[in-house]
Design a protein around this ligand. Structure first.
Ligand code: F6P
Length: 323
């Protein structure tokens, strides 16, 4: 392995820069040249490559976003697009790739390495924490803390005005962001795709709480919940309980930004090192992750197809703690 390249793809996540930094410096430490590819798979196709030095990643560990930019590439999903990308990698004499991203990134990476035989090791970079093969993904801890900070502020105004707040958090098809936000934010109800919570249950919980003299409520809803989004759920509840003053807050992309927490910087640095050392040791088609404090490499096909189960104990915790 003489020359590798690194790129970020899919939704950005706080800590991606710390991971890029670790990749660049680990490669240089082992005497390997490293190139950065801008804008994910799109940049691989168009040849947006540049040589990175140790100084290219100075003063980046604390920064949100990704210095390499990111994109969701439709072209890479075509055989033609992947052929173009392969030509660029040949031109730059790249022997291995580090892909920082989520499920979509690893799906593309897996196809590509199978077709063209380029070794690829992935780093789990997504706020959603929905990847099998790692307890936490890079960016998750920061996103949860950002959302929690917002919920604390919403609680102040909810309490002052005696209102019900429906707070929608990100997470795509998973409730990993919603769950700690609900527990840490003292929510009365959490709605996640992994468990069925009907609107009727929400109405009953609110009614019961109201009768027990609760005056304000926080309901955390994961954007992928099977009952619909926060606006739809709030509309149904308002119809049944017109006496309650309800508001909806969609936290949205604010959850993707900001300086990474200490936990995310540490995780990103550990995983960044592991991706490069994995490539050196002949690994490919795998994602580096941390499970029970141990470094593990999980085949892309498992990270894509296997579901990381959310702990049902947490669902019960919300119920107990919100009485
Ligand atoms: O995967 C990260 C994520 O922020 C999801 O939580 C969300 O569903 C999605 O990306 C939003 O994507 P976009 O930024 O393309 O709208």
């Amino acid at each position: 392995m003489k020359r590798i390249a690194v790129f970020t793809s899919g939704g950005d996540a706080p800590g991606m820069n710390a991971c890029i930094r670790a990749v660049v410096r680990t490669a240089i430490y082992h005497g390997i040249e490293v190139y950065g590819i801008r804008k994910g798979f799109n940049g691989m196709i168009s040849g947006d490559f540049y040589k990175m030095e140790s100084s290219s990643v100075s003063n980046t560990i604390q920064k949100g976003g990704t210095i390499l930019k990111s994109a969701r590439s439709k072209e890479f999903m075509t055989r033609e697009g992947r052929e173009k990308a392969y030509e660029q990698l040949k031109k730059y004499e790249i022997d291995g790739l580090v892909a920082i991203g989520g499920n979509g990134t690893f799906t593309g990476a897996s196809m590509f390495s199978e077709e063209f035989g380029i070794p690829i090791v992935g780093a789990p970079g997504t706020i959603d924490n929905d990847l099998y093969g790692t307890d936490y993904t890079i960016g998750y801890d920061t996103a949860v803390n950002t959302a929690l900070d917002a919920i604390d502020k919403i609680r102040d105004t909810a309490d002052s005005h005696e209102r019900v707040f429906f707070v929608e958090v990100m997470g795509r098809d998973s409730g990993y962001i919603a769950m700690p936000c609900a527990i840490g934010g003292g929510a009365e109800i959490v709605m996640i795709p992994e468990t069925i919570t009907s609107v009727e249950q929400v109405i009953n919980t609110l009614k019961n709480g109201w009768e027990r003299s609760k005056t304000s409520f926080i309901i955390v809803i994961a954007e992928g919940d099977e009952e619909g989004n926060a606006t739809q759920i709030a509309a149904e509840v308002k119809e049944a309980l017109p006496q309650m003053d309800a508001r909806v807050t969609i936290l949205g992309h604010v959850q993707r930004g900001g300086a990474p927490t200490a936990a995310d910087r540490l995780l990103a640095s550990q995983i960044g090192i592991a991706t490069v050392e994995g490539l050196i040791n002949g690994k490919s088609d795998v994602m580096a992750g941390i499970v029970n404090s141990r470094l593990v490499y999980t085949p892309f096909k498992d990270t894509i197809n296997k579901k990381k189960i959310i702990n049902q104990r947490f669902v019960r915790m919300v119920e107990i703690l919100s009485i």
